[in-house]
Design a protein around this ligand. Sequence first.
Ligand code: ARG
Ligand code: ZN
Length: 870
Amino acid sequence: KAIHLADYRPPDWLVEKVDLDFALHPSQTRVTARLALRRNPKGAAGAPVVLEGDDLTLVRLAIDGTPLAGSSFEATGNRLTLAHPPADAFLLEIETLVDPTANTQLMGLYRTSGNYCTQCEPEGFRRITYYPDRPDVLSVFTTRIEADKQEAPILLGNGNLVESGQVPGTSRHYAVWHDPWPKPSYLFALVGGRLAKVADSFVTASGRKVELGIYVEEGKEARAGYAMDSLKRSMRWDEEAFGREYDLDVFNIVAVSDFNMGAMENKGLNVFNDKYVLASPETATDADYSGIEGVIAHEYFHNWTGNRITCRDWFQLCLKEGLTVFRDQEFSSDQRSRPVKRIADVRMLKAAQFTEDAGPLAHPVRPETYREINNFYTATVYEKGAEVVRMLKTLLGEEGFRKGMDLYFERHDGEAATIEDFVSSFADATGRDLSQFSLWYAQSGTPVLNVSGTYDEAAGTYRLDISQSVPPTPGQPEKKPMVIPLALGLVGPDGRDQPLMLGNTPVERGVVEVKEATQSFLFTGLDARPVPSLNRGFSAPVNLVSDLTEADRVFLAAHDADPFNRFDALQRIALELLKTGARTGTLPAPDALVTAARAILADPALDAAFKAQALALPGEGEVARELAREVDPDAVFAARKALRVTLGTTLAEGFTAAYAAGAASGAFSPDAASAGRRALRNLALDYLAVTGSADGIARAKAQFEAADNMTDRITALAVLAQHDVPEREAALDAFYRRFERDALVIDKWFTLQAQIASPTTLDRVKDLMLHPAFSLANPNRVRALVGAFAAANPTQFNRADGEGHAFVAEVVLTLDSKNPQVAARLLASFKTFRQLEPARRGHAEQALRRIAETPGLSPDVADIATRSLA
Ligand code: ARG
Ligand code: ZN
């Protein structure tokens, strides 16, 4: 059942074009597919036609118009085989029946809020019809959709609308969509239903007018404005930053409330989890707004990196995902504050990807084997994949990078490509040898970089001695040295960067390349001992271990020219305190942190968003990951709480001032500066209330009641929720009553309660699962409640009595028969269990074993359970 990259073979049959005809029906949708099949000269000689299916009911089969006798093919629910194809090119007609209402997996054709929609990536198209369902079979699709006009007044497909009308003598109507761009089946989509349209248009750089549509549930039109604005900004940005124009007459987005992931880049018809479309000041936080902007951009950018150039096979998933995440990160950096965006991205990379890389589910950015591809839509493929592209840019420089991208588009447009194709484009465009660099795609695990510095006063030199290693990961006991682009500066006593010279040569762009297991760099021309600022902008996704002292870090936090490293210096001081605190039960003296934090808080040159990031302590998860073994989550929590109390009380004056200064003036705006102001003010609120003092609670309660936007309201509620005070339950009730008709807002209410660090939370979560607003059938609800409990409440998920683990395991098993993808995702929360102290680790292992031993598991859950235990 394992599939290996090394076993790749070109397809034996190609599909020259495909005509699809859908007769939509709630339980018996009839799908007629006409495939113009042609033998692939590059395939195996004489190979049979083998088409994938999944849970299909075959009605009829015909070749070139002639019905096929049962003896000339073999059809199961999962495969259709023509052992003796009649010719090297012929038309195969396949009629299948599917039941969209019974489709609880949300893969293939399913229903959401009564509407019809599809999700085909990676292997959902085979749940619609038999097909060579692999990304290297590209075809031109024409789709006719027919439905009852009352039930589904809106009918959408890929490409451009070519025809529509009434079906004579019936209550049904139809629409025909044609997509001129050849594409693999995973990019197919259709939507049918009762939806409201928000319309706009965009004129491309070359003057093509594109009709834009965002389709939402009726009544939600006003909430799609920010998404539409983000879309138009994305379209313009891709023209300016990458020279990429849109290529169809229409671009449609449909927001649905039942969706396994964030969104999907189907050609000309993106389908979105409505969480990433709908926003209003009253219902969406600043994080929601930036999430919408980022995901709208991401799916739009896929039109070139994913659709025009697609993946040869699913091992190459990072070819489109890592690159497209990089592109959406760059877009958001240009739209907002670049340093703040970088800090947020690195925080998330460390929380999600470094943790994955350090545990049993670690895998290379380009995996070499898988059992269930759905389990590889991971932080490693997406976020580390984006870091690898970012490193390419850092190594090659702006211009070299753009040349490489241009060559990639020029060479591979219309193709299903590989990582080798991608890397070769950069190598050929710039003349650089990137073979060692390619190890970033092949070796899993986070490299460790050890750096120490020596200043020679007499010679005026500073030597950096660097060694690197990559820890062993599943299937990869030994590693080779990587190419690590290390951006750095040597900060002089006056706080300014000193010259960065190797011998007589200035270091280009401030980046040295570490390539050997051990390597030294001798910097010259220094008239004072510098403090090195290493891995500026987080130029490489590595764990940096340096000989910097706490005093060096206080200095960097105050003076570094690189904002990321100012942030990082402060975080590192805090992390060391938290690690010692968690290990010993006593926090070391926090004076250095207090000094550094005070300076940042008071610095008028820094923007509020940056201050909010710098002053927010590393999360419990990051402390646990740094401790790496024998972790007691209660001790981590206690250390972090103690440090928050210390900062909150010693810096009370500064936080009170920041809170006052951050008060709104004028109407709500989701722009970056306003969001930053709210972020700092809300962080101040959190610190001012951290002891649970009467005025802290009163301040939170007042903000909760007076808020005119969701960010301020939900943070105040989150502050109250941390404290066992009567105001907590009252505010939770009030919030529920105010927003009960708004499922996306109620998700926040679920999440907040699931995250309370209290022994009563498990019972609360169990009760909430019975709440009328909860449903196991909806992925957003499951993630908001159970997902948040498992991934964002380390003390309660890892309860010492094992009840947290047992509960999540139970939910995974219940969910597995309905929606294996979401169940497997939830189960992956166990990925950090090996770092726990023995008793908790034992409970987690027992929960995993119970799952692994359950008969009839989905391949998704079985795969995660097996790898977690290996
Ligand atoms: N390609 C989509 C995106 O990154 C993700 C879709 C994955 N869907 C899934 N069911 N695994 O934007
Ligand atoms: Zn994507």
